[in-house]
Design a protein around this ligand. Structure first.
Ligand SMILES: [Zn+2]
Length: 84
């Protein structure tokens, strides 16, 4: 069976520090969640070669998935509303 990678890439809504290199990536940083490691920057997760495809172009996304073994879906992380 072909193994498909489903990596979730998030855009941080607040200041973000990578848990591996401790780099401060600031706001709107691209991060990913790695099992047993936590939230990492894309360089530490070996994902910095990924190209972001904007949502909405289904044909392009399909073609990109077909020709690459690795793909990630982007999600924007909004800061949690403050609870009073
Ligand atoms: Zn890092």
């Amino acid at each position: 069976m072909k193994k498909t990678f489903d990596i979730k890439v998030f855009i941080s809504g607040r200041e973000f520090c990578c848990e591996e290199c401790y780099g401060n990536l600031g706001r709107k940083a691209w991060i990913t969640l790695v099992k047993d490691k936590g939230a990492l920057c894309l360089s530490c997760a070996d994902l910095d070669h990924l190209v972001f495809l904007p949502a909405g172009d289904a044909a392009l996304t399909r073609r990109a998935r077909k020709h690459s073994t690795l793909s990630a879906s982007g999600l924007k992380v909004e800061p949690r509303p403050k609870t009073i």
